[in-house]
Design a protein around this ligand. Structure first.
Ligand code: ADP
Ligand code: MG
Length: 704
């Protein structure tokens, strides 16, 4: 596409919003302080704080029309105000029987006894809340109550839900945003009308209005599209600048290709795939070359990225450098540590590994610090803790980061301060096509592993409802009898308090007990969740890896990177609650060996929409297709809810939903930089400043 950027006019700034939030009416020092906690300091910051979601006051429904798990409003008559019951944990339940001309139902309030006085028997009210099951009937739990005319007024309105911090109310943010919209001066648009037309984008100032004060789902989409474009555009500009800096960096940790590596590869029990070989070759070329390495290894779950990183680390260590391997979770870090320790012993590798995470004891940490500083340890494996200030490396030559863990500029700076500028290798399973990857990882070179190790067959997946449960359990026990292992994933850790939305979701603790009751003592069943002590987590995982646990019931802590090839079945409860990409990642935990892998997606709701959405998982194993599909099928209220990729912390853009914008933004950035590579010209100043704003505020990628 030949995009013509017209920025001959000189704009002061895109948004002249560089006033402190304190300048807004109604924002006193206290509220300002709360805004600061959210990193909102200027009016511009505030306008760029987009709603996380919207509450839409939809049309009224009849009781007979209610659907499980939807948020709905009904106009009903109160037939009976029940007695307040006291249940465990000082909890109270208040049932209220209501009806309309299509049926009856019981509404429940937990710990809100005063609701008994807030309604009158025989009176008509609108109740709005999430539809839940109570036995075989539907119920509304903790619904908001409105007078009928009060609700009619709200109907159709969109209420923005903003990110909050303790003490800050949504209404305060909404009010401040309103006055910010009035006060900010939008002094122009860096996109000419021609380009906007071509790309179907509205004017910048309009986009801010639409996103903060929408009147329809279309408004949100339209506003979002423009703001997403801006975000991607400035992100790309920022990356290009960064790339310039990086490729200019000389290789200060030069290495040679070590014979140790060749020997190791020869002795592995399998042959490397072509993709793995190519990745290794790319890495060796980088670290023996003139510039510092900044490389991404992109490969689907199970493609064998770990061994590639170990080969790179081995080469670094054989060259006398230290290496670091950083994982996003403790669980994954400890798995890597175990793998490396075992391989070191088995193949007589020169690794002297040390483990470093935030939760190891003070003594162990001190010891780790010492060994890293003295060089006694030549390989540091851990979480984010390993790039923290206190860690002094003797001669760090290579840093590998695994899964969903991208270095922001700040992390890179933190690292550069530690060594002479170590080589960096990033591993990612984020499924994006190469063309997009080139744009998104603009500052990294990419090696893609496209082929799977030999002998893998695609995972067989099915989406099923409750009635299938006995069959599923039978299937699971058959697999265990064959010597295989099983994962069962539940959304919750412990029975949530009835106050919350999630009371019916399966939780690992109860589930474990229940399953033991159903299956009996023949099976070894355990559970795992993120709130457990790290040492307990480790224990359970090593027991599972060693084959001493048959069925592991877990939350999504095992989503990232866990590798137990003997596990063949992944069963997911309440799968309607997860993002499709997340489900795809989860099923990637099985089918990692030569045995057939199976995924059973259980759902509590069998309505057509849910079945169709989950059905895509049974149809394809293309991660990109899955993620894109998920976004297309989401409603406007959920726009910003589920993050498909933990890797890119965009405020509003989404790499999957906005793939087309990403390419357009990239073309436009090329066009602009062709004529003014450093954006040094006065006419490009607003763009440069905006790119710098982006760099300051957004590029600190979320980590652990
Ligand atoms: P991921 O790319 O998801 O991080 P892993 O590196 O954990 O995948 O590898 C998954 C499994 O595949 C591991 O058990 C690993 O030992 C095995 N593996 C890796 N490469 C090969 C290969 N070339 N042939 C056979 N198995 C392999
Ligand atoms: Mg991995």
């Amino acid at each position: 596409m030949n995009l013509l950027l017209i920025c001959r006019e000189i704009f002061k700034m895109l948004i002249n919003g560089n006033f402190p939030v304190e300048d807004l009416k109604g924002v006193g020092p206290k509220t300002a302080g709360l805004f600061h906690n959210l990193d909102i300091r200027t009016i511009e910051d505030l306008l760029k704080t987009f709603p996380r979601s919207y509450v839409v006051f939809g049309g009224l429904k009849k009781i007979s029309e209610l659907k499980y798990d939807e948020i709905a409003a009904v106009r009903v008559r109160v037939d009976l105000i029940g007695n307040i019951r006291h249940v465990k944990n000082h909890m109270t339940i208040l049932p209220i029987e209501v009806s309309d001309d299509t049926g009856k139902m019981v509404i429940k309030y937990f710990n809100m006894p005063f609701m008994a006085k807030a309604v009158k028997k025989g009176g008509y009210y609108v109740f709005r809340g999430r539809v839940k099951k109570s036995g075989s009937d539907f119920t509304l739990v903790q619904p908001r109550k409105y007078a009928s005319d009060e609700y009619s007024e709200l109907q159709g309105a969109y209420q923005c839900i903003y990110p909050l911090t303790k003490g800050l109310k949504n209404t305060s943010v909404a009010k401040a945003v309103k006055s910010a919209l009035a006060k900010a001066e939008f002094s122009g648009d860096y996109l000419s009308e021609d380009i906007r037309k071509k790309l179907n984008l509205v004017e910048s100032r309009k986009a801010y209005r639409l996103i903060h004060e929408p009147a329809s789902p279309e408004d949100i989409q339209t506003g979002r599209r423009r703001l997403a474009f801006d975000e991607l555009f400035f992100f790309i500009l920022y990356l290009r600048k960064n790339k310039d800096l990086l490729t200019d960096s000389p290789n200060t940790c030069p290495m040679i290709e070590s014979a140790e590596v060749t020997r190791f590869i020869e002795r592995l029990p399998y042959k490397l795939t072509n993709g793995q070989k190519k990745a290794c070759k790319d890495i060796i070329a980088d670290i023996t070359g003139p510039s510092v390495m900044n490389r991404l290894i992109q490969g689907d779950v199970g493609s064998g990225k770990t061994i590639v990183s170990l080969i790179a680390l081995l080469n670094a260590v054989a060259n006398g450098y230290q290496g670091a391997l950083m994982a996003p979770t403790e669980v994954l870090a400890s798995q890597h540590f175990k793998t490396v320790s075992e391989m070191t012993a088995k193949y007589g590798l020169p690794f002297k590994p040390v483990f470093l995470t935030g939760s190891i004891g003070a003594a162990a940490r001190r010891k780790a610090y010492e060994e890293i500083e003295s060089g006694e340890a030549n390989l540091v494996i851990g979480t984010h803790a390993l790039i923290q200030d206190k860690v002094e490396y003797k001669n760090l030559g290579l840093v590998v980061t695994d899964e969903q863990h991208r270095f922001g500029v700040r992390q890179r700076e933190a690292l550069a301060g530690k060594g002479a500028g170590p080589h960096i290798l990033v591993m990612s399973a984020t499924p994006i096509p190469r063309t997009l990857a080139i744009v998104l990882y603009g500052d990294l070179s990419i090696s893609a592993i496209k082929d799977m190790p030999e002998g893998r067959s695609p995972i067989k997946s099915c989406v099923v409802g409750e009635h299938y449960r006995p069959t599923a359990y039978k299937f699971i026990t058959d697999e265990v009898s064959k010597g295989h292992q099983i994962y069962i994933i539940c959304p919750m850790v412990e029975a949530s308090d009835p106050d919350s939305d999630d009371e019916e979701l399966e939780n690992v603790v109860d589930y474990c007990e229940k399953l033991k009751g159903i299956l009996g003592d023949r099976f070894r069943i355990s559970y795992l969740h993120g709130k457990m002590k790290p040492s307990d987590k480790d224990n359970i995982l090593s027991e599972f890896a060693a084959g001493n646990i048959d069925i592991l019931i877990s939350t999504t802590v095992i989503e990232v990177g866990i590798n137990v090839p003997n596990a063949t079945v992944m069963m997911i409860e309440n799968s309607e609650r997860f993002g499709l990409s997340q489900l795809h990642q989860l099923r990637g935990r099985v089918g990692r060996g030569s045995d057939q892998g199976y995924a059973i997606f259980m759902t509590g709701s069998e309505d057509d929409k849910t079945m169709e959405r989950l059905g895509i998982l049974a149809k394809t194993s293309d991660g990109f297709e899955i993620a894109s599909y998920d976004l297309k099928t989401r409603g406007p209220g959920e726009l910003f809810g589920v993050r498909q990729s933990g890797e890119f912390s965009f405020r509003i853009a989404d790499v999957y939903a906005d793939a087309d914008l990403l390419s357009s933004a990239s073309d436009l950035a090329d066009e602009l930089l062709k004529n003014d590579r450093r954006l040094a010209r006065e006419e490009n100043r607003p763009i440069r400043e905006e790119a710098e704003y982006f760099g300051r505020n957004n590029l600190d990628f979320r980590t652990i």
